[in-house]
Every structure is written in structure tokens, then in C-alpha cells.
Design a protein around this ligand. Structure first.
Ligand code: ZN
Length: 374
């Protein structure tokens, strides 16, 4: 992804010189504040070591950054839609706000117009944008929170009332009430496909999902009831492992995950998820084939639904299941992510088999076409 950006030195110079010529080419995320800016942002510039570059607003949003209030990176330069500005301001002030179609209409906004604007300008749906803002704020406060909170955080969660209170306010989840209660630790993980939310109990990873996913809130609530536990932002020894293995996976250096998983769901769901784990890296299977494998040929729909309820994306590879006609069909994290994951796996697998067979032929186009279609 970095390849499509101008080189870092040039971007840095442009950013520190507030150069308007680089408008729209890239955006700058400030790690210490969790905010992202245009290159020409007139606000005081952060230190070099705290910035990162993005080629699109979408990428910055998916990595959990919030738009700067000074330079408004969500508005196209010289093309500020007056009708949308009040809404953007409102969301900025209250990232935890809910915005249904009726709420938009109350503000004299046509919901379809709002949706189209987000899709067109940021390649992300309006609701996905709201979810990303909400989660990123909850975690932004934690990751980038002030020193006092950080210190309290290091000393254990009992002293974290203010901190968990803000988490509750932004996510709607209660902070830990007593130390007897089971705790599910939650953290954010940056991946090439955007920010993910990971959760771990004492026994292992129990959730891994993209932060803009529609089901995320419901899944977190479900997790809480299933494990009779409270959610708390923080660290778990499993996160380090998870980070490391995801990193290797995205670099094409890992084909299997070796992590303790905690699956919560019905017996049928667990059976389906176990079966999913048996689909080898770089291969795909149709929902029908999967149902057959489970010995429940007639249960294709139920199997597809259980796939959709998978809470541990990528590791339980529901992305490897495609439609009977080779079409990608549904994926909770969005079809573009499914496509990316399959591309990654199939290409790596092909290169590897090629190496092993020491074939000199480049990958045949047929191979890709048969594996999945868009
Ligand atoms: Zn700015």
C-alpha cells in the first residue's frame, strides 16, 4: 500500500511546509492524538516520529483515526458540502451518536444523499463510518489517553474507574465491577485491511473482527453473556501472539494459526467453525460442499448462517467459503476484504507450489479464475 504514496521524505516536507500541492495525495495520522489531517493542515505540527501516512481517508478511518477539526480532511478541498458540514461537526463532537435514517431526516438530510456522499468520497458506508468513529474513540482514549490514565492502567484495572467509564460511555459496555468477575480483554490491532478488534479471555482468543463490521456490537454483547464476563480494554498475553501471527500471515509467511481459541456458540455453530478450520490455506469450498462435509447436505443455509456468525475472522477462515458458482458472496468484513485474503493466500500458495515443483511457468490465469470470481 505504501507503494502508491510519494516517498516519505517528500511527504514529510510537504506536511511540515503545509504544501497545498499535495492535497488529496495523502493524509497524515498523528499517533499521539489519534487524529488525521490533510498535508496542508494549518494546526501545530506533531513530531516526526508520531506521524504515519495514508493514501486515502478511507484507510485512515479504517485504521481508527478521527478527522482533524482544523483541516477537515473528510471534505474535499474547495468542495465543502454545506449541507453535510453540520452533520460532520456533530459526529465529531459526539462520536458515540446514533444516526438512523429518521435522525438524518430530522436534520433535514436525505439519508440516500448522505450514504452516496460517504461511499463516493471515502469508499465506506455511512454506518461503517459511524462505527469506526465510535470504536476508535473508545480505544483512542485508551491508546493515546493522558498520562494519568496510562499510569492507572498500568497498575491494574481497579483504579481505572474514570477510564472504563469513558469506555462505557462510548461503547455502551459496562466497566468491570468487581475483581471476581471474569474479564475479557479487548484491544485494537492494525492490519493491512484496516483496524481489527481482538478479544481474549483467560483461555484464549474469543473474538477477532473488523471494527467497522455491522455485527460487531452484537457479537461483543453476545460474548459478554456467553462467557459471563465484562469487557475491558487492555492487554492479554494472547494479543502478542495474535499480532505476531497475523503479521506473518499478511506477509504470506504463515499458512496456519497456532493460537488457543475460545469458541462461544451453539453446538451446531461450533461444529461448523471446527470444519472451517479444516479448509486448507489457499483453497476454497462452496457452502454446499461444506454442508456435505458436515454430513448435513440439506442444511446449506444453516451452515452459511453459522459461517456468518463466526466471531474469529481470518483465524477461523470463513473467507475460504464461496458460492457454488465461484462467486465470492457474503463476508461480514466486506467482499473487498474477502477478495484480498483469497488473493493473498492463492498467490502465496501458488508461488510455494511452484517453488517446490521448480516450475518456471508464471501462474496461469485459469488458476485464479477457477479459484474465485468477482
Ligand atoms: Zn488537521
Amino acid at each position: 500500500m505504501d507503494l502508491s504514496l510519494p516517498n516519505r521524505t517528500i511527504m514529510q516536507r510537504a506536511f511540515y511546509n503545509k504544501d497545498h500541492n499535495f492535497e488529496g495525495l495523502f493524509y497524515i495520522g498523528v499517533r499521539t492524538t489519534g487524529i488525521f489531517c490533510r498535508p496542508s493542515c494549518p494546526a501545530r505540527k506533531p513530531k516526526k516520529e508520531n506521524i504515519e501516512f495514508f493514501y486515502s481517508t478511507r484507510e485512515a478511518l479504517l485504521q481508527g483515526f478521527r478527522p482533524c477539526k482544523v483541516c477537515h480532511p473528510l471534505n474535499k478541498m474547495g468542495d465543502t458540502p454545506d449541507w453535510l458540514q453540520p452533520l460532520l461537526d456533530e459526529i465529531q463532537e459526539h462520536p458515540d451518536i446514533r444516526m438512523k435514517d429518521s435522525d438524518l431526516r430530522q436534520r433535514s438530510l436525505e439519508p440516500n444523499r448522505v450514504r452516496r456522499w460517504f461511499k463516493k468520497h471515502h469508499g465506506i458506508t455511512f454506518q461503517a463510518f459511524l462505527r469506526a468513529q465510535k470504536i476508535s474513540r473508545a480505544f483512542g482514549q485508551i491508546r493515546y489517553g493522558d498520562k494519568v490514565i496510562e499510569a492507572a492502567y498500568d497498575s491494574g484495572y481497579e483504579s481505572l474507574s474514570g477510564f472504563t467509564e469513558s469506555f462505557k460511555k462510548t461503547t455502551g459496555f459496562s466497566p468491570v465491577k468487581s475483581s471476581q468477575q471474569q474479564v475479557i480483554m479487548v484491544t485494537r490491532i492494525a492490519t493491512p485491511l484496516g483496524q481489527m478488534l481482538a478479544a481474549a479471555s483467560e483461555k484464549g482468543i474469543c473474538l477477532l473482527e473488523f471494527t467497522d463490521r455491522r455485527m460487531l456490537e452484537r457479537q461483543l454483547k453476545k460474548l459478554k453473556t456467553d462467557l459471563k464476563a465484562e469487557l475491558l480494554p487492555g492487554n492479554s498475553p494472547y494479543f502478542k501472539l495474535l499480532n505476531q501471527q497475523l503479521n506473518e500471515y499478511f506477509k504470506g509467511k504463515r499458512t496456519e494459526f497456532d493460537l488457543p481459541l475460545v469458541m462461544t456458540g451453539t453446538a451446531f455453530q461450533k461444529k461448523v467453525w471446527k470444519e472451517l478450520q479444516g479448509i486448507p490455506y489457499g483453497t476454497t469450498r462452496s457452502y454446499g460442499e461444506q454442508a456435505e462435509q458436515l454430513g448435513q447436505k440439506e442444511a446449506v443455509r444453516a451452515v452459511a448462517r453459522a459461517n456468518g456468525d463466526n466471531k474469529i475472522a481470518i483465524i477461523i477462515p470463513c473467507h475460504r467459503v464461496i458460492g457454488a458458482n465461484g462467486k465470492l458472496v457474503g463476508y461480514g468484513g466486506g467482499l473487498w476484504r474477502k477478495q484480498y485474503l483469497l488473493n493473498l493466500e492463492i498467490q502465496k500458495k501458488f508461488l510455494k507450489t511452484n517453488e517446490e515443483k521448480s516450475l518456471k511457468q508464471p501462474p496461469a490465469r485459469e488458476h485464479f479464475r477457477n479459484s474465485f470470481q468477482t
